[in-house]
Design a protein around this ligand. Structure first.
Ligand code: ADP
Ligand code: MG
Length: 390
């Protein structure tokens, strides 16, 4: 096993140094990607060499392209007339499946023979997905829908050469275990496996033993100054004053784009309604909404020209979602797991752009907030706002 650390990175490395094909390099240039991020610098070469890779790097540090670019290069001459799945990329949510497939399509279309990419996920009709399946080279999938398709014999995975688990710790967590075990059983044992996440421990030997063969483990350490990209402020507040404090923060900081996290769908709806009745345009996204609505609210929120200022959501959108230049995140309620805290705040401070996170902390949350800080090794500056608490 090789362990590569941050110190080994030559900062002047370019995409040309990474032996990617010229079509991909010109597509990178066209899209203003000027130099590879640390995880890209270190993961692309071993993936091109066909090695299994476990890549750990902070939120917003370009993990998607770290696997997408070499994956396309490895598969670019493989596509056949009667297509079977060449690569399977698994992600935890439908919105992330769409986002990653968009990234793959952007680069695949630059190839002489573009690889056909499709995202499959639940909440939408399965028939159109089944009909297109025999034209697909690269399949993006959430576990539930992939299993459904497998059970209907609609997807041919016997030739899968590359398996990627994005948000790997989530994909391998208890919530997905049963489905993922069934999926692993149906995949060929000889394949290249790539795991990526910001919160994967390089010590998870069980995972390494079961899924990876002689992996290259890349753990990009976060230098101190990177953490300061995300300013974290906590406010001590009583539960009944949360709504008014939320609106105060939005107006005080003139927030035009803020992602607000709650812990239940009920609370998401409540906070969203309150914002709208107070004249602050807001949309709600959670697991009980129709898929079309979920995606269109997210798209509206991402669109800098739309009048939607707030998106209120659950941890559904805490993983992987990339909103360009998102300046603000608010934790209206604390997440249960410290890992979720890392992913929530990681929706801002992406691609070297700064961001601010406000967390509302009730007296009951105080202990949990300290646990989160200890576990994440992050310091949240706590403020008292007497006028809101009195
Ligand atoms: P992660 O998966 O590590 O959280 P993403 O892959 O979603 O991060 O990338 C975060 C953002 O950084 C995206 O908007 C992506 O387009 C951008 N990005 C990726 N690679 C580069 C690069 N080499 N240079 C500049 N921006 C990049
Ligand atoms: Mg990601």
């Amino acid at each position: 096993m090789q362990l590569v650390t941050f110190a080994a990175i030559p900062y002047y490395m370019t995409f040309q140094d990474l032996n990617l094909s010229s079509e991909l390099i010109s597509q990178l240039e066209k899209n203003q990607f000027s130099k590879p991020t640390p995880i890209q610098q270190q993961a692309i070469t071993p993936i091109l060499e066909g090695k299994d890779v476990m890549g750990i790097a902070k939120t917003g540090s370009g993990k998607t392209l770290a696997y997408v670019l070499p994956l396309l290069d490895r598969l670019k001459n493989q596509s056949s007339e009667n297509r079977e799945i060449q690569a399977l990329v698994m992600v935890p949510t439908r919105e992330l499946a769409v986002q990653v497939s968009d990234a793959i399509i952007l680069f695949s279309k630059a190839l002489k023979n573009p690889l056909i990419t499709m995202a499959v996920y639940g909440g939408v009709s399965i028939n159109p997905q089944m009909m297109k399946m025999n034209t697909v080279d690269i399949l993006l999938a959430t576990p539930g829908r992939l299993l459904e398709l497998m059970e209907k014999n609609a997807v041919k995975v016997a030739s899968t050469k590359i398996l990627v688990l994005d948000e790997a710790d989530k994909m391998l967590s208890a919530g997905f275990k049963e489905e993922m075990d069934q999926i692993f059983n149906r995949l060929p044992s000889k394949k290249q496996t790539l795991l990526f996440s910001a919160t994967l421990s390089n010590k998870v030997s069980e995972i390494k033993r079961q899924l990876l063969k002689d992996p290259v483990v890349i753990d990009v350490q976060v230098p101190e100054e990177d953490l300061s990209l995300i300013k974290q402020i906590g406010y001590r507040v009583t539960p009944e004053k949360k709504g008014i404090l939320l609106r105060h923060l939005i107006e005080e900081h003139d927030m035009q784009q803020v992602l607000i996290f709650c812990s239940s769908t009920y609370q998401v709806e409540h906070v969203n309604d309150k914002l709208n009745t107070n004249g602050i345009t807001s949309k709600a996204v959670h697991g009980k909404k129709a898929q079309g609505t979920r995606q269109s609210h997210l798209n509206d929120f991402k669109d800098a020209d739309s009048d939607v200022r707030c998106l209120v959501t659950t941890d559904l959108l805490s993983r992987g979602i990339d909103i360009e230049f998102l300046p603000f995140v608010i934790n209206y309620e604390l997440p249960r797991s410290p890992k979720d805290y890392i992913h929530r705040i990681g929706r801002t401070g992406r691609a070297e752009k700064p961001g601010t996170v406000f967390t509302l902390v009730t007296p009951e949350d105080a202990h949990h907030m300290r646990v989160i800080q200890k576990k994440t090794k992050m310091k949240v500056w706590m403020e008292d706002l007497e006028e809101w608490n009195s």
